[in-house]
Design a protein around this ligand. Structure first.
Ligand SMILES: [Zn+2]
Ligand SMILES: [Zn+2]
Ligand SMILES: [Zn+2]
Length: 253
């Protein structure tokens, strides 16, 4: 399995429009973060988790020629608003894009992308094939995916486990039940927004405490705000098994 970070930034991205802080004006490419998403190449299939507003740019940057499925974590706009841009894959491969999401997320997509679900015969519309998932493990083209239910303030969100790899974004609480599901995970991706405590995201300290509890061999932090600080400064403070993710970072396992 190969994992590519398509984006590692929080909802506004980094740099933030009109911000002149040292992170937003840094020339280091690792301080330029598109909205959070990852790309998985697994058993010959290409899967994206979430289609945020930068989805088009991310597909072009990583030269993705075919996409076999999209899995959604939750329906916040920074994770869904690029859905319209699955059209080139519809056209090129003459296929409806399979999307996997909970009932709640699918309902939200119906509201926000009503034109996609109204089949008026117009050929320019995105074509999607909806798969409703629950907390039970499900198959994406025969690849087993285990949902990792977490809380994002009051909103239930799904992280996902693929074999020894687990991905959790947009969480500030992980239950004991989900910690059980995370047992033995080799590589963990977890959100860490900023240094200060936040209502709906883990802070850096909270994320590090959670990593300490889960004990993966390697952890990457994502969904990062400009308030976290310069990538190079934060990296120096982290334990050796933890790294800040950055856009374009890849690893295989
Ligand atoms: Zn988010
Ligand atoms: Zn800034
Ligand atoms: Zn969110």
């Amino acid at each position: 399995m190969k994992v590519t970070f398509l984006g590692t930034g929080t909802s506004q991205g980094v740099p933030v429009i009109a911000c002149t802080c040292e992170v937003c004006t840094s020339l280091d490419f690792r301080n330029k973060r598109l909205r959070t998403s990852i790309y998985l190449e697994i058993e010959g299939k290409n899967i994206v988790i979430d289609t945020g507003p930068d989805f088009r740019q991310q597909m072009l940057r990583e030269n993705v020629m075919k996409l076999d499925a999209v899995i959604f974590t939750h329906a916040h706009r920074d994770h869904t608003s690029g859905l319209d841009d699955v059209r080139p894959f519809n056209f090129k491969h003459n296929m409806d894009m399979p999307i996997f999401a909970t009932h709640r997320v699918i309902e939200q997509l119906h509201t926000e992308f009503s034109y996609i679900f109204i089949n008026n015969g117009y050929l320019g519309l995105p074509r999607i094939e909806t798969h409703e998932i629950t907390e039970q493990p499900f198959s994406v083209h025969d690849i087993t995916v285990t949902p990792l239910p977490v809380m994002h303030m009051k909103l239930p969100v799904f992280g996902y486990r693929f074999g020894n790899f687990s991905y959790i974004t947009d969480a500030n609480f992980i239950s004991e039940t989900t910690l059980e599901l995370l047992k033995g995970t080799e590589v963990l991706v977890l959100n860490a927004l900023q240094r200060e405590k936040h209502l709906s995201h883990f802070s850096l300290d909270e994320a590090l405490a959670m990593v300490e509890k889960i004990k993966p061999a390697k952890a990457y932090l994502t969904h990062i705000s400009h308030k976290l600080g310069l990538h190079s400064d934060v990296e120096k403070e982290l334990p050796s098994s933890v790294s800040l993710a950055y856009d374009g970072l890849q690893f295989s396992l």
